[in-house]
Design a protein around this ligand. Structure first.
Ligand SMILES: [Fe+2]
Length: 234
C-alpha cells in the first residue's frame, strides 16, 4: 500500500482513538528522525519489542476489505518468557471497519483477549483447531466471554457488543470484522511475536508492502529493521 495512504490511516485512527477518550503513548508521535535518535539511546525497547503503529493489508493491497489497524502499546520479550518473570504481557489497540476482514488465523503461543472497546459490533468467525492444525469443519467451539463459557458450531459467528470480550486460546482459529460501525478493539495477551506467531489459513503475509510515494509521518513496526537497524536481543 502507498505510504501516503498509510499516513492518512494513521491520522484518522489517532482521531478515532481519541474520540473514545483514549490517547496513545508519546512515542506514537515521534518523527522517524526522533525514533532513530531515541531508539539509539534510551528507548531501544520500542524497536526491540516492536511497539507502535502497525497497519496491515496482509500484503494483498486491499486494505478496506482485508486489513487491520493495530498499535502495540506494550509487549514483553522472549527473555521474559524464558525467565518466567518480568513483562509477560502485551497490550494492543486495533480498529476494524465495517466488513473489513482480519483473515482466518490462529496463534501457536499467544492467548489473547479480544475486547470491544466501543463503536460498532465486532463479529468473530470461530473454528476449533483440529489435531492436524487445520480448521475443524465439525467440532463445536467453546470459548470464554468475560469469564463465561459460550458454545458455537464450527464456523459460528460470535458477536461482541461494546464492553464484551472473548478469550482466544491457541486452539481457536479466528477471523473478525466490524458490523454496523467502525470498532475500537482492545487486545490483552501474553508476550506477542508477530514475526513468528501468526498462522494464516490462506497463504498471505502479516505485514504490508509499502510503496514509498511520500515520507512517513511515523514509522510502522514493519519499518524498524530498515530504519532503525538490528535490534538487540530483547
Ligand atoms: Fe489473533
Amino acid at each position: 500500500m502507498k505510504r501516503s495512504i498509510v499516513n492518512e490511516i494513521l491520522a484518522e485512527s489517532d482521531a478515532f482513538i481519541r474520540s473514545h477518550g483514549l490517547v496513545l503513548p508519546p512515542f506514537a508521535y515521534w518523527t522517524p528522525a526522533e525514533m532513530q535518535a531515541r531508539t539509539a539511546t534510551g528507548s531501544a525497547m520500542i524497536r526491540d519489542h516492536m511497539l507502535g503503529w502497525d497497519i496491515t493489508d496482509y500484503g494483498q493491497g486491499d486494505f478496506e476489505n482485508l486489513g487491520l489497524f493495530l498499535f502495540t502499546v506494550r509487549n514483553g520479550s522472549a527473555a521474559n518468557v524464558a525467565q518466567g518473570m518480568g513483562m509477560l504481557y502485551a497490550e494492543k489497540l486495533l480498529i476494524s471497519d465495517v466488513d473489513q476482514i482480519s483473515p482466518m488465523h490462529h496463534h501457536n503461543a499467544k492467548t489473547e483477549d479480544i475486547i470491544n472497546r466501543g463503536g460498532g459490533r465486532l463479529v468473530l468467525e470461530l473454528f476449533k483447531r483440529a489435531a492436524d492444525g487445520s480448521c475443524d469443519p465439525e467440532a463445536e467451539v467453546r470459548v470464554r466471554c468475560d469469564g463465561s463459557w459460550r458454545s458455537l458450531p464450527a464456523g459460528g459467528l460470535l458477536t461482541l457488543d461494546p464492553g464484551e470480550s472473548v478469550t482466544l486460546e491457541p486452539d481457536i482459529w479466528h477471523a473478525f470484522w466490524g458490523e454496523g460501525a467502525k470498532v475500537l478493539i482492545g487486545e490483552v495477551s501474553n508476550v506477542n511475536d508477530d514475526r513468528t506467531d501468526n498462522v494464516f489459513r490462506e497463504p498471505i503475509g502479516r505485514f504490508s508492502d509499502i510503496e514509498e510515494d511520500a515520507a512517513p509521518a511515523h514509522l510502522l513496526v514493519s519499518d524498524y529493521d530498515a530504519w532503525l537497524g538490528e535490534g538487540a536481543a530483547a
